[in-house]
Structures are given as structure tokens and as C-alpha cells.
Ligand binder design. Structure first.
Ligand SMILES: [Mg+2]
Length: 317
């Protein structure tokens, strides 16, 4: 937390900053008000600006700010509406919102807090006060993010867990639906894993899962891809903006990589070593539910198992 403190100290020196400067979004229909806040924060934060509610939502999607200073009274979409929209979308729900308003009424403050704001600041802003409040909420945000990060990692393998995967599936489903680009999902199951556990014991079983996770992790992934442990001996990968063909290539590479590990499996019925079966599903998201993609991948995985295991099956739906 010492880093965040230095961001707001009076003896601020450029270049002493960590590369991860907090990202602040300032929303106000009056550019002069934005200017005031920009001067307060431009040295310590990356400041983005929006002069309408609609623009604010757009900037949020693109920049994923750490905190928003939001004007209440704006034409068209006011601050309350903006805040409601932010809180209803999973990808922006956790961004703290501080309302900045010239009206100092308890009713308005209550309404603001009810729609999910964390704090209220009155105009004209006092630089010291607004700095202190923003600092407090940024620190909370950093702590919350760290906890969330911890809660989203699988304890055994160190890769993202199912909870993280499910969140990302929701987010990427929406994103690919917006852009009308394909979303691919790869589901992996270790062949005859129960037999492996029975024969070698649970400690070896755990070691085996770690090796598979390591093989997954070692592959080349793009920033928005995610490879996670879905549960037991099941792993699942999500590849946004990826065609079925490319996902199949990826799945085949993973299968080969695990095969190349050559982990002995004396009781496997299909090979002398640990192998995986893989089901791939690809779609351009539409009306349906994200979970439907999981079901389709699961069906393909079943097909791979039926077809003799240690193989990849896939379909575009
Ligand atoms: Mg205004």
C-alpha cells in the first residue's frame, strides 16, 4: 500500500510512479468542472474525461477505470442513471463511484448511495478533501481487487478456478455478442483419472493434475484467453474472437503437449501414459445463455471419449 500513498504525497516526483497508475474517470457536462479535477489528479493518476453519461459508459468499457467521479446533474442521461447502468453490468459493477454535485440535499445523497455510489462530494470541490476521499476509495479498490484475485485462483494448480472462468465466460459472451465475433471454448478431461488415483494414490493424482495445468499454462495464450481448472480432473479454456479452426489447432497442441509429458499410467485402457480428451465448441453469441457453450463442449468431450480418448472433437453451433 506504500505505493499508493506515494501517489498522493505532496513531494510527488514524476518517474517515481509505479507503471500502474490509478485510472480515474471524471464525468461532468461542464468542461470547466472537469478541468478543476484534472488539475488535482493529473500528476498522480491517469485521468480520463467524459462530458455525457453515454460517453462515460463508453469510456468505462474501453479504459476500465479504478474509480469514477460522477456529476449528478447532466442533460439526457444523468449521474444516477449512469451509476445504475454501471452497477447492473458485471464488467463495471465493481468500479467505485463518487458523486460530485452542487446540490447538497440529504435526499439526493441517499438516492446516490442507494444506486451504489461509495461517497459524495459537493461542488465547488476542495482539492484536499477530494484527494483524501479518492485516495481512501482507491486503496479499498486495490485491496478488494487483491482479495478477488486470491479467490479466483485454484489452490492446487495455481491457475484460475471455475469461479473466475464463469465470470469471464459471462463477460466475453457479451463482448463477442457486441462485436459479432466467434467465441471458442475448449473442455479438457484427463483420461481414466480415477484409475490413476486408485493405482498411484491421491498425492500422485494431484501431481498429475499440476503437470496438466502446467502444460496448459505453458502454451501461448493471448491476453483475453483464459485456461482454468473447472473441477476434479476437468480443465476449461476460453478463447474470445477465435474461430473453430484456430480453437481446434490450439486444442490439438494441448493434447500433444500432455501426451509428450509421458507421465506413466499403468492402468489406462487407451495408452501407456496420461492422456486427455478434448471437446471444442465455437459460436457467435446470440440470444442464448453462455452456459449453452459449456454444454456443447461437454457433448464434444463425450464424443472424444466415446471415440477412443486421447483425441479432440469440435463443432461450430
Ligand atoms: Mg452538471
Amino acid at each position: 500500500m506504500s505505493e499508493s500513498k506515494s501517489l498522493f504525497s505532496s513531494d510527488f516526483a514524476p518517474g517515481a510512479l509505479s507503471p500502474d497508475r490509478p485510472k480515474l474517470l471524471v464525468v461532468d457536462d461542464q468542461p470547466v468542472n472537469i478541468q478543476v479535477l484534472y488539475q488535482v489528479f493529473s500528476e498522480s493518476c491517469d485521468v480520463f474525461m467524459a462530458t455525457s453519461g453515454k460517453q462515460a459508459l463508453e469510456v468505462c468499457r474501453q479504459k476500465n477505470p479504478d474509480l469514477i467521479l460522477l456529476d449528478v446533474v447532466m442533460p439526457d442521461m444523468d449521474g444516477i442513471e449512469v451509476c445504475k447502468a454501471l452497477k447492473s453490468a458485471p464488467e463495471t459493477r465493481d468500479i467505485p463511484v463518487i458523486f460530485v454535485t452542487s446540490q447538497d440535499s440529504p435526499e439526493e445523497e441517499t438516492l446516490g448511495l442507494e444506486v451504489g455510489a461509495v461517497d459524495f462530494i459537493t461542488k465547488p470541490v476542495n482539492p484536499a478533501v477530494v484527494k483524501a476521499r479518492v485516495k481512501t476509495h482507491l486503496m479499498l479498490k486495490i485491496q478488494t481487487d487483491a482479495l478477488r484475485e486470491l479467490a479466483s485462483v485454484d489452490g492446487l494448480t495455481g491457475i484460475p478456478n471455475r469461479r473466475r472462468f464463469d465470470e469471464r465466460l459471462q463477460t466475453e459472451w457479451r463482448a463477442c455478442r457486441r462485436t459479432e465475433l466467434p467465441l471458442s471454448l475448449i473442455m479438457i478431461d484427463v483420461d481414466h483419472f480415477k484409475k490413476y488415483n486408485d493405482h498411484y494414490g491421491h498425492l500422485e493424482g494431484d501431481a498429475c493434475l499440476k503437470m496438466v495445468a502446467h502444460a496448459l499454462r505453458g502454451d501461448q495464450w493471448r491476453a483475453r484467453d483464459i485456461a482454468s481448472r473447472y473441477g476434479g480432473e476437468e480443465f476449461v479454456c476460453l478463447m474470445p474472437e477465435t474461430s473453430l479452426e484456430d480453437a481446434l489447432t490450439k486444442a490439438e497442441a494441448i493434447r500433444e503437449r500432455v501426451f509428450a509429458l509421458a507421465v506413466p499410467h499403468a492402468t489406462s485402457q487407451n495408452a501407456d501414459r496420461v492422456t486427455i480428451s478434448v471437446g471444442v465448441a465455437c459460436t457467435i453469441p446470440g440470444e442464448g445463455e453462455p452456459d449453452s457453450l459449456l454444454s456443447v463442449a461437454d457433448e464434444q468431450l463425450y464424443k472424444a471419449k466415446e471415440g477412443g480418448r486421447n483425441r479432440v472433437e469440435g463443432i461450430f453451433v
